[in-house]
Design a protein around this ligand. Sequence first.
Ligand code: AMP
Length: 509
Amino acid sequence: MNTTANANLFSRLFDGLDDPKRLAIETHDGERITYGDLIARAGRTANVLVERGVKVGDRVAAQTEKSVAGLVLYLATVRVGAIFLPLNTAYTLNELDYFITDAEPTVVVCDPSKAEGIKAIAAKVNAKVETLDSHGKGSLTDAAAKAKSDFATVARSNDDLAAILYTSGTTGRSKGAMLSHDNLASNSLSLVGYWRFTDKDVLIHALPIYHTHGLFVGSNVTLFARASMIFLPKFDPDLIIKLMARATVLMGVPTFYTRLLQNPALSRETTKHMRLFVSGSAPLLADTHREWAARTGHAVLERYGMTETNMNTSNPYDGDRVPGAVGHALPGVSVRVSDPETGKVLAPETIGMIEVKGPNVFKGYWRMPEKTRSEFRDDGFFITGDLGKIDNKGYVHIVGRGKDLVISGGFNVYPKEIESEIDAMPGVVESAVIGVPHSDFGEGVTAVVVRSRGADINEASVLKALDGRLAKFKMPKRVFIVDELPRNTMGKVQKNILRDTYKDIYTKS
Ligand code: AMP
């Protein structure tokens, strides 16, 4: 094994490994992969990629079910100096056509069931296609089995690209966020320290690996700490509660926590071996935070990040983990709040646009220089698109995406404020507030509410409870009761779908 000291993320992850026999990953079906195995497997796959013509700076796209081989593919791609491009497993062939023709990868790795359709798309950009199924089997693994495990890690500098992750693109086209070796390494190393990861930690890894949360936060942090992870193909509450008896950390999206709370087996006893529960990728309701603490004795540690920036803020390891807040800027990261129109930096406690700067912030959008320019301030701060405030104690609070802001009768209405009022009502599970076209007001504030089973809640009772608590212009004009809110795989409420569902309610005569 040859790992030249350089800024390649792979070298930074594995150079100086003390004990190759140390456990890195165990799978739900009992496979155990040591750090030495992982490096050797990455070496074999790296040799296959090079045989397939992958050169430094080329893209390797992957739309595969979660498997250790899928993670190895990521490590191998980085190792050869190429750029890893993971794709959400939910994307259809039609959507893949856009990503593949936009990114022009040299190799596309996909599930065998999709190979035929993908071959037709890959042919347009002369990409080779390899397969990998949910058990890690396929043409890529077959070729890797025959390849050598030695591979000289390609030297890269801090700013060279290691990955491109496409944003979910709920408005307009998806954009490829270009992430450098140092973006990924510096952020993970910072989290190892902030969250006190050590080689004794065992992470329950139940997140997908096509997204920044599971791929970088989960996997890189574990590997940098020489900890180990239990790799689960999907979220399974019963299994996760069982695994807590020998694990130490869980990283999840808020829906993990709400679903685990519905499980009667969750208790102080079943979580007593755990030291840390991390939540992110979508807002964790303050109620969920409190309920979790009451039930388990653990305060969930909420953090805030995004595809373009890795992690920006985190609640403290020691000290108050404030329900509904995403904590302080991580070491080396600057966070500020500015006026969305003028860019003027705002005082604490004032709501505005959250902007960030630091070694975590991406290099720009793939082949979109104009878009990239328009999302950065002249002094290098990235305009996140999230609205929020920094309170007097330095905690960042997010009130929603800028595009979710409702402007009704010329007044700005922050959905979070109304959602918090509704969520606090007895019998309400959660809510989403959206703006939809309104002939008089421009947009009409509209609430979509999920009630708990059997709760006696309806439009009139919600409006009555809000009356007097909110200024008139913030009051929802309509309230709809639903069974559940639409969410994507990362647990984010899809307000675009709600806006579409209710788009005609105030305009149809
Ligand atoms: P993604 O690029 O898919 O990771 O989505 C990033 C977006 O998720 C951010 O811009 C926020 O809008 C949202 N997000 C991430 N973490 C949190 C959090 N802890 N609380 C509220 N929103 C969050």
